[in-house]
Design a protein around this ligand. Sequence first.
Ligand code: SAM
Length: 248
Amino acid sequence: QATLYIVPTPIGNLDDITTRALQTLETVNWIAAEDTRHTHKLLQHYGIKTRTMSLHEHNEDKRATMLVHRLQGGESVALVSDAGTPLISDPGFVLVRKCREHNIQVVPLPGPCAAITALSGSGLPTDRFIFEGFLPAKNQARSSALKLLLERTCTSVFYEAPRRIYDTLTDINTVLGKERQLVLAKELSKSYEAFVSGTADDIMAWMDAEPGRQKGEFVLMVAGAAPVTSELPPQALELLALLSAELP
Ligand code: SAM
């Protein structure tokens, strides 16, 4: 049966690809890649010779229509992005939605994703979290997005570009106050992988200490706001409960 496979690829370390992903890339008719030159390096490394075509944010509509035709004609396609899981802050949504609309089988393979990798090693609560992707580039929109975290009690996960990490940390200080705890995960699965925990000021100080630390790929995680608790200590609450039971 014609199938669209969603195939996650490594986020840094080329060994982070499953045997199932490699088999799929080898056996499909086409690989639709965000950047074919980038993907060729991975394919070359694993000796995979499958034909590729580009599918990126600027041609996704057209390509999706074309790929749906090919899938309806019985061909199979693997969708990959430059790194990690396609569709997660990456192209692919238009294609998957179209395939679902046309009852074409979609099979997503489990695999690397920077957000989940970062979260799992962060030491922040993972029972509930919100993935925010990239913050808006414009100042006002970014502040508004950050304001949503004022009362959010679960962990928030952001992707961040090196050229904007300072602005974001500065905005966090302004919008969320200087006490909010953060974890910055940098260069996951690569040789200079680092996790830094602390306030926005602590993280900026860490980056300032060595110029190389401002470069690379980042996942920024923001701890939840402390839940609003009663201002009375537990003993006082117990006493109140006892007293109110005695009251007429
Ligand atoms: N689809 C990808 C995924 O599943 O993680 C994310 C693609 S998004 C365009 C790229 C962003 O992911 C980077 O700007 C960075 O924030 C994050 N990222 C990707 N690889 C990373 C890595 N090795 N270490 C830290 N962050 C990474």
